[in-house]
Design a protein around this ligand. Structure first.
Ligand code: GDP
Length: 440
């Protein structure tokens, strides 16, 4: 039994969450910490996520599977807060097996309560985006918004429903009628038939079946048994449906409360909350981005940081690190430590900018306004600190890194009120600096 007590948090249960607009490098951080974990859990989102992990020069991208599948000894969970695309799931299982990972029903568990993404969800997602024209949100077109909408409207189809034939037929009939009427309203010509969707479900459910289980019950047993657990976030705090710049957000809660709701592991049990932040900011898709650099510098950061979406290949918008947004994300999540990624991309810059406040119609503000038009009028107040010229080497202690870099980190810590305990200076596992032994 886990000690001490039922309600005590444990450093052995850690959440790894994005503090910006996603793409912070969470995949690498999960992979690093998974080496010492028993369990890795995907908590929310779906195949709109794309976590890139580099191991020995090889690149792996996970959309549906937890990043822990790269470690032979971990048990991996796709919990009920995730929405499952069975076709993508099967493709990923196949790919990881082909490339040498052990992915079996003994080390991968999928929730029977998770909602299922059907092809009509994708088509509705793409149709809605196309109909929005200039106002589109910039979704990945993978059906995630429509499937979460169905979940909340109580008309969704869950993994368990795939295995009850009559229930499946009834739910699909209703789902297809709605999707077709939405597509007609959007002026799209494509229509779906319940039979076609039934065939699709039967084709893919068999691949899913051996992995399906009650992940809530299993995860509770893992907690009680004292397992070392990593809760893998997807997207980032500023894309959270409640906290982000609505409507330019994703369709799930990407913050700590979403992790608990999506897994059944209680907030009070989570002893470490690692917030992952890039040394600059990026975002994909539309929406307010006050610290955006639209000129040559933004382009240079995009090229050096290879800032192109791992799910869609779209170029990411780049800007200076936004400390206002970061402080907000840290407060929402109760972050206990910051993992700073990709400062190597800024090496050689004469000076490095940090957005420390916003200017809103001549007023200095340090909170996000709710008003959509006000969000668009925010102008960044940038503080510049001296840049660092020398390479950020991962094979020595933190104290041997360039003094300017250490000053930059200290400034960030003061601005954000949380310690930077891990610094990633390259995509590979070894390119990491742990500032304290306990950070591992
Ligand atoms: P995630 O969705 O948060 O896991 O982030 P992505 O996988 O979309 O993007 C992170 C990208 O940066 C991946 O290509 C990583 O291999 C790479 N990466 C991670 N950490 C570092 C780092 O410290 N430096 C550099 N240069 N690249 C990194």
């Amino acid at each position: 039994m886990r000690q001490p007590g039922k309600s005590g948090s444990s450093r052995e249960i850690a959440a790894i969450l994005g503090l910006q607009w996603g793409d912070e490098g969470k995949g690498k951080v999960v992979d690093l910490l998974a080496a010492r974990a028993d369990v890795v859990v995907r908590c929310q989102g779906g195949s709109n996520a794309g976590h890139t992990v580099k191991v020995g020069g090889e690149t792996f991208i996970t959309h549906m599977l937890p990043s822990g599948v790269l470690h032979a000894g971990t048990r991996n969970y796709v919990a009920h807060g995730v929405v499952i695309d069975p076709e993508q799931f099967a493709a990923e299982v196949e790919e990881f097996r082909r490339r040498g990972s052990r992915v079996t029903p003994e080390n991968l568990f999928v929730s029977d309560r998770a909602h299922v993404v059907f092809p009509y969800h994708k088509r509705v997602d793409q149709g809605r985006e196309a109909a929005q024209g200039e106002k589109k949100i910039g979704t990945t077109g993978r059906g995630i918004g429509p499937v979460y909408a169905d979940k909340m409207r109580r008309v969704g189809l869950r993994v368990a429903d795939l295995f009850e034939d009559e229930m499946l037929d009834d739910l699909l009939a209703a789902g297809v009628i709605e999707a077709n009427s939405t597509l007609a309203g959007l002026g799209a010509s494509e229509r779906f038939s319940p039979d076609e969707m039934r065939r699709w479900a039967l084709q893919w459910r068999d691949g899913l079946r051996p992995f399906v289980t009650d992940t809530f019950a299993r995860l509770r047993a893992e907690v009680e048994g004292g397992a070392r657990i990593i809760l893998e976030g997807a997207q980032g705090a500023l894309l959270d449906t409640d906290y982000g710049a609505y409507p330019y957000v994703t369709s799930s809660n990407t913050t700590l409360a979403g992790v608990s709701a999506g897994t059944g592991i209680r907030g009070g049990e989570i002893g470490r909350v690692l917030g992952v932040a890039k040394a600059y900011a990026t975002r994909v898709g539309a929406g307010p981005f006050p610290s955006e650099l639209s000129g040559a510098l933004g382009d240079a950061i995009r090229e050096r940081g290879r800032e192109y979406g791992s799910t869609t290949g779209r170029p990411r918008r780049c800007g200076w690190l936004d400390a206002v947004a970061l402080r907000y994300a840290i407060a929402i999540n109760g972050v206990t430590e910051i993992v700073l990624t990709k400062p190597d991309v800024l090496t050689g810059q004469e000076r490095v900018g940090i957005c420390v406040a916003y200017d809103l119609d001549g007023r200095r503000v340090t909170d996000f306004p709710a008003s959509r038009s006000a969000q668009m009028r925010l102008r960044p107040v940038i503080e510049f600190v001296p840049g660092w010229k020398d390479h950020l080497a991962s094979n020595g202690p933190y104290e041997r890194l360039p003094a300017e870099f250490q000053e930059y980190v200290a400034r960030l810590e003061r601005l954000c009120g949380a310690p930077v305990t891990i610094i990633s200076v390259g995509a590979e596992r070894e390119e990491t600096i742990f500032r304290a032994a306990g950070a591992r």
